[in-house]
Design a protein around this ligand. Structure first.
Ligand SMILES: *Cc1c(COP(=O)(O)O)cnc(C)c1O
Length: 418
């Protein structure tokens, strides 16, 4: 299997090369050249789906024979599909080391890069709107020959999220940027285009990197298959969406032939994707801060992959919808989901729950992207009760934190690195 650019240049690369490059020569994003149809038999737990789903994508790659080892190390935590009522289930993706779905992609990427260019120094540079940085920092912490720099928007992430970025030390440094997520993302993009940086053997760990996106197909394959075998009907997924990395993996999984009926993108007040569905024109906007901060993205980078997959908007609309959910609706959904299903959800998951509550009784899987304890400042007052943090989070809270504050400029980042 080879991977091609969304922008159509002729270079096509194997998986390992695409992971190392991050972005294609023409600045497009890598996408699989084609989607084989995959059938998985005799798989029960979610990690069992790893090798059958991913092996076609690593065919002919130097890492092909290491795939099962990589999956075993990366997918070493639980993930649950819970049936809530006769037409609703929740896919809990927050049982990993940093309690957010990004653990799946970050851990896979770190295992992959561990096998690449052994012995040469690598620098991982990542911008985060909240959870990416923690997942990447945790996955790469103490990995040999690897230095990690995380950029986050100062004051725009939750205290627990900040702790998850700043508590590592050793090979991980966090930068608190005086700007928003789009500034952080822009600085990372500029660094990748800057010669001084490329000499450092830079690796991108944002969801533009294939090494984070592909493994996310594993849980969609697992959840859709499980739902289908339980109820004999194809589920639709409602996905809390920001940069669209999670959603693109779902669309890809559907292309592989897994039983996914349709996909709904639940965004927060950041409305560029729903606008595109309504008008057919793509107009990114400045980021709007919301309660679901990991989805505060006005210019989602993976939109390019979605448009590449569905160049014709009419075809996209046959399998997908996009809904913008505002803060008051998110707050209400946190309360009503607790009443309706006895579930305590983070604001991102609540956006998806809000969408579910307005749909008819088809089969729906709500994708739960983070543990609510990461957003206790928002969730606890709404429910009027405390939330028990999982042990991984409790452990982080007890560590000291350290970060370096910088201006939202590439020059400031350069200076800080020296
Ligand atoms: C990152 C994140 C999202 C958005 O995922 P994308 O892949 O960027 O669309 C949603 N919820 C949580 C909790 C996240 O951390």
């Amino acid at each position: 299997m080879r991977f091609v650019s969304t922008r159509g240049s002729r270079d096509s690369l194997r998986f390992s090369e695409a992971v190392q490059k991050g972005v294609a020569f023409d600045h497009g994003l890598f996408v699989p050249e084609d989607f084989p149809s995959i059938e998985v038999r005799n798989a029960r737990a979610w990690p069992d789906f790893g090798v059958p789903v991913l092996s076609p994508f690593l065919e002919g790659d130097p890492l092909e024979n290491l795939l099962s080892d990589i999956c075993e190390r990366a997918f070493d935590f639980p993930l649950e599909l819970k049936f809530l009522d006769p037409s609703t289930a929740v896919l809990e993706l927050f049982h990993g080391p940093t309690a957010a779905f990004k653990d799946v992609g970050a851990r896979f990427l770190s295992e992959v890069t561990n096998h690449l260019q052994k012995g040469t120094r690598k620098t991982v540079l990542v911008a985060t709107s909240g959870d990416t940085g923690g997942a990447v920092a945790s996955a790469f912490h103490r990995k040999p020959d690897t230095t990690v720099f995380v950029l986050f928007p100062k004051g725009k992430i939750s205290p627990l999220q900040e702790k998850q970025l700043t508590c590592w030390g050793e090979n991980v440094t966090a930068f608190s940027v005086r700007g928003d997520f789009d500034d952080c993302q822009r600085m990372v993009k500029e660094a990748f285009a800057d010669l001084g940086f490329t000499q450092r053997n830079l690796l991108s760990a944002n969801s533009i990197n294939l090494g984070r996106l592909l493994p996310q197909m594993v849980y969609y394959a697992f959840a859709s298959s499980r739902y289908f075998s339980e109820r004999n009907r194809k589920p639709g997924f409602i996905i809390p969406s920001g940069n669209l990395g999670n959603a693109v993996a779902a669309f890809w999984t559907r292309r592989l032939g897994f039983p996914i009926r349709e996909i709904i993108l639940a965004t927060n007040a950041n409305h560029s994707v729903p606008d595109y569905f309504n008008t057919g024109s793509w107009k990114p906007h400045a980021t709007i801060p919301t309660l679901a901060n990991a989805m505060d993205v006005g210019n989602p980078s993976n939109m390019e992959r979605l448009i590449h997959l569905f160049p014709d908007l009419r075809e996209l609309k046959q399998v997908a919808r996009a809904v913008s959910v505002r803060d008051p609706e998110i707050s209400k959904a946190i309360v009503s989901s607790h009443q309706q299903w006895s579930q305590v959800w983070c604001p991102h998951t609540a956006a998806a729950a809000h969408v579910r509550q307005r749909l008819s009784a088809d089969d729906w899987i709500i994708v739960a992207t983070a543990h609510p304890a990461k957003f206790r400042e928002i969730v606890e007052p709404l429910l009027g009760r405390g939330i028990q943090a999982p042990p991984v989070l409790m452990d982080l809270l007890s560590r000291p934190s350290h970060c370096v504050e910088i201006a939202p400029k590439l020059e400031a980042l350069k200076a800080a690195l020296e």
